[in-house]
Structures are given as structure tokens and as C-alpha cells.
Ligand binder design. Structure first.
Ligand code: UDP
Ligand code: MN
Length: 324
């Protein structure tokens, strides 16, 4: 349907990579909806060009020089910069219904059925399930709602400093009013839930439709070794499940990096991919063997030995057996 769209936001080149992978994943799963990316004015030209190849519409949103109500709101609450930018999605009134998705989400199957839901539908937040997580939500663009949201934002601020606090404050009856506005968790599966309830992940993880890499470390913050399929960087933060992180990087390195390379031409750019055989030896070098009980406990606490025995290939093999 031409008047329905998936919408994301990327204010800088890092989040742009996320948006590229998200857009590709939606296309790969044959969405019939339009794809819209809201971007910040400081995004580099090559990134904008790649986004324009993947998305139907790329719209620059600059709260600072918009001169409208958002700008006024921004003057009162400069701390809520990106939040105001995200609220801009309500101004896309040439669409009747939209699904907003954070740039750090990845689609694993077709999710067009989300458009059967009403505003404001979202999945519970794993940290406080009476709040919805604002990484994936169904909404209806409307200048009236947009105005009310900005007003709410300036008057009440955000209880968590971000858009999720504002949106939960505004749509405050989400938890209790209408169960059809509660999206199943598989539409916004965050890695944190995997570690806090591993048996549930084992039981239901294979049904996941959207993965959300929430938290400080994003997929594009890692360095990926295309040869050994291993990651470098602070994997011990357990911010991302290795299987889903591998999904993200497989799509990024195969479908997005070639487009970036084309756009950057002779300009230097770092894809985040390396081919370094020395990283494999890390896994082999793990000396003291932990008992399997001890290891399981550590892993469930989020302290996996990603460089060693919990390396990507080992975990992937294991997870593939029950994700099948
Ligand atoms: N975002 C952005 N630039 C920023 C921070 C956030 O474009 O500097 C957008 C992006 O779409 C991102 C969303 O706002 O996915 C929410 O932020 P984030 O995903 O980092 O929050 P988390 O899900 O980790 O709480
Ligand atoms: Mn996010």
C-alpha cells in the first residue's frame, strides 16, 4: 500500500549503517510498504546516497533550523535533541499509517502484518514490561498528535531522558487499556532478554521477527573479521547475541559495503570489516578449561568467553540446532 510506510531515523553516519541494514532486511523479506528514512543534516554525502538507493524517501530533518514548534520546544529542552527529531515521524502525513523502527533493529521475516494494528502499538520493554519499548511502534502521522507530543515533551520532559520516556508518558494507558496494542515480544527482541531468561529464548527465540540491538554497543561499533567470522572489540558487554550480530554483519558486508565502496570511490572509508588471520588464534589459545556447568552459568550471566570457547562458530553451531 502506497500510503503505508516503515520509518526509521539516523542522525549520523553510524546510525546510517544501521538504517541501511534495516532497509535491506525489510526489502529482502519483500515488504509491500514504502521505506522512509529521516536523517540528520550532518550525515555525509556517501551515506545519504546509499540510503537513497535503499529507501523510497530520505528526508532531512533539522530541528535546529526548522523554525517551527519543534525548534521552540528544542530551545526549552536542548537535552532532548534526538528525541525531538524522532517525534518528527508524526509529520509524515502523506502516509496514513506507519511503523517506526530504530536504526539498530534488524528484520528476520516479513512483518507487514503490523499494519493491521492501531496507534500506539508496541512491544513491552524487557526492563519494565509495563512500559513499551520505543524501538518498534505503529503510529498514525498527524500534525495534531505531533503538536501535542511536542507540548507534552516541553512540559513534562522525558523520565528516562530519551524518546521512550516521552512516548510512554504521552501514551500512558498503553499498559492497561487495550491488549491488541501489545505487540508480541518477537517483534522487538532485545539481546538483554536472552540473557535474563535463557530457557524462554531457547523455547521461543526461533520465532523472532525483529531483533533490536539496544544498548551502548551497536553492531557497527564492532570490527568483523570476514575470514574467521569473529568480532573484535568489547564482546563481553553482551549487548548483542552472537547469532543475530552475525546476521547483521553478513547483510552489512555482503549488501551494504559494496554500495558504500561505490559511493566513497577514492575517499578513504572504514567498512569495519577486516581479514585478519591472527584473530582465529585467540580461540585456540584459550587454556584453562572451565567445567560445562561453570561455563553455562557464566554465559547465562552474560559473561561469555566470546574470544575463546564461546566464539562465534561454536555458539552458532549450537544455536542453529534449536533455531531450526
Ligand atoms: N538515533 C540517532 N542518532 C543518535 C541516537 C539515536 O539517529 O545519535 C536514533 C536511531 O534511530 C536509534 C534511535 O534513535 O536507533 C534510538 O536510539 P538507540 O537505538 O541508540 O537507543 P536504545 O535502543 O539503545 O535505547
Ligand atoms: Mn534502539
Amino acid at each position: 500500500m502506497a500510503d503505508q510506510a516503515f520509518v526509521t531515523l539516523a542522525t549520523n553516519d553510524g546510525y546510517a549503517r544501521g538504517a541501511m541494514v534495516l532497509g535491506k532486511s525489510l526489502r529482502n523479506h519483500k515488504t509491500s510498504k514504502k521505506l522512509v528514512a529521516l536523517i540528520g543534516p550532518q550525515m555525509s554525502e556517501p551515506c545519504q546516497a546509499v540510503l537513497k538507493r535503499i529507501y523510497d524517501e530520505v528526508k532531512v530533518v533539522d530541528v535546529l533550523d526548522s523554525g517551527d514548534v519543534a525548534h521552540l520546544a528544542m530551545m526549552k529542552r536542548p537535552d532532548l535533541g534526538v528525541t525531538f527529531t524522532k517525534l518528527h515521524c508524526w509529520t509524515l502525513t502523506h502516509y496514513s499509517k506507519c511503523v517506526f523502527m530504530d536504526a539498530d533493529t534488524l528484520v528476520l521475516s516479513n512483518i507487514d502484518e503490523l499494519f493491521e494494528r492501531e496507534e500506539l502499538s508496541a512491544a513491552p520493554d524487557p526492563g519494565w514490561p509495563d512500559c513499551f519499548n520505543s524501538g518498534v511502534f505503529v503510529f498514525r502521522p498527524s500534525l495534531e498528535t505531533y503538536g501535542k507530543l511536542l507540548q507534552y515533551c516541553t512540559e513534562h520532559g522525558s523520565f528516562d531522558g530519551g524518546d521512550q520516556g516521552v512516548l510512554n508518558g504521552f501514551f500512558s494507558n498503553w499498559a492497561t487499556a487495550d491488549i491488541s496494542k501489545h505487540l508480541p515480544f518477537i517483534y522487538n527482541l532485545s539481546s538483554i532478554a536472552i540473557y535474563t531468561y535463557l530457557p524462554a529464548f531457547k523455547q521461543f527465540g526461533g520465532n523472532a521477527k525483529v531483533v533490536h540491538f539496544l544498548g551502548k554497543t551497536k553492531p557497527w561499533s564492532y570490527t568483523y573479521d570476514t575470514k574467521s567470522k569473529q568480532f573484535k572489540g568489547s564482546m563481553n558487554e553482551a549487548s548483542a547475541h552472537p547469532t543475530f550480530l552475525l546476521n547483521w554483519w553478513t547483510l552489512f558486508s555482503s549488501a551494504v559495503v559494496p554500495m558504500l565502496q561505490e559511493q566513497y570511490g577514492d575517499q578513504p572509508f572504514h567498512s569495519g570489516c577486516v581479514e585478519d588471520e591472527s584473530s582465529t588464534s585467540l580461540a585456540e589459545a584459550t587454556e584453562p578449561q572451565m567445567s560445562s556447568e561453570e561455563r553455562k552459568k557464566k554465559w547465562e550471566q552474560g559473561q561469555a568467553d566470546y574470544m575463546g570457547m564461546d566464539s562465534f562458530d561454536n555458539i552458532k553451531r549450537k544455536l542453529d540446532t534449536f533455531l531450526k
